[in-house]
Design a protein around this ligand. Sequence first.
Ligand code: KG4
Ligand code: ZN
Length: 376
Amino acid sequence: MERKDGPVLGIESSCDETAAAILAPDGRILAERVLSQIADHAAFGGVVPEIAARAHLTALDAMVRDTLREAGLAFTDLAAIAATAGPGLIGGLLVGTGYAKGAAIASGVPYLAINHLEAHALTARLPGMAATPPAFPYLLLLLSGGHSQCVAVEGAGRYRLLGTTLDDAVGEAFDKTAKLLGLPYPGGPALEVFAREGTPNVPLPRPLLHRAGCDFSFSGLKTAVALLVAAEPPGPLSRQRAANIAASFQAAVTDILGDRLEHALAMCPDATAIIIAGGVAANTAIRTRLALVAATVGKPLIAPPLRLCTDNAVMVAWAGLERLAAGFSSTLDAPCKPRWPLEAISNLAPTPVIPAKAGIPDTPDHGSHRFPLSRE
Ligand code: KG4
Ligand code: ZN
């Protein structure tokens, strides 16, 4: 089938945000919706996968129909329906991809299985993110609750993982540390605000600082905070002491990320820009440090607005448009992949765009059905 030029619907349901968005072929956002499930999970202090999956199931259909109505479109007007197929929580992935495949079959529109990390990686090229879209290669620093990765983005579908976390993701470290300090969930933003009351005068380790490469490690830092808190006299921590620990933790993470970025730049000297994404990229201290490192090497730091930095469906639809333009498509038997490292989708040949009504062809989808070993 000839590729139809037209808008793309994106669906995101890999963690605790349900989101749908429709983008015009040139990347203009025609409609977008995001529903955060934070309130559903707050009582448990973290994301509960089954609650997340049910919440996606409840919200998604009405949300997609809202976006179609706002864009003045029907499913049959779409050039493709793109859904996050991994990495993420399997229940949510099944809800989003199942919905997308069903709609694709019913309306004869191609389906695209999108890698969530690729969607973060390509957001910087969305029109309006920078004066001119960054040319390949550029560096992506993905700092979220589920991922800490440094990736050389060499093209749509071409990624080189430079470093990843060896244990906790950076957002996870913020959340766990915040919990130790008695701060509410999600801990990252709460810790940032609380740290302003403190002085970073508590010595804490900076795992892997100055170590070769740009891998990250945060669990030792979190454990150091746990040991500090445990060594305090019985009873609640004084507010000032807790704020000092929060400020010291944030300073340690900031030092680590600044150092890792320096190493990543050395590993990809021809990078045209540095892109930061993920919820932790909202942290002002961290942003400021990363901007400083970028300025030192004379490269622009692009930080998409927060709503496009955290999980959203605009990035999924945009990755769909980029994939379509590059000639990639997915078959309807493309599986959900809870673990799906970016390297696994690199250097695979584009496959022809497949109309959903043609059934399930033999051509492989853009990812492998076997999961390569991931370091995360
Ligand atoms: O990208 P994101 O919204 O999605 C998931 O990973 O699901 O990232 C959420 C993470 C959480 O761990 C949250 O605590 C952290 O980003 N976060 C922050 C800040 N805002 C969100 N961490 C530090 N400082 C912040 N201002
Ligand atoms: Zn994400």
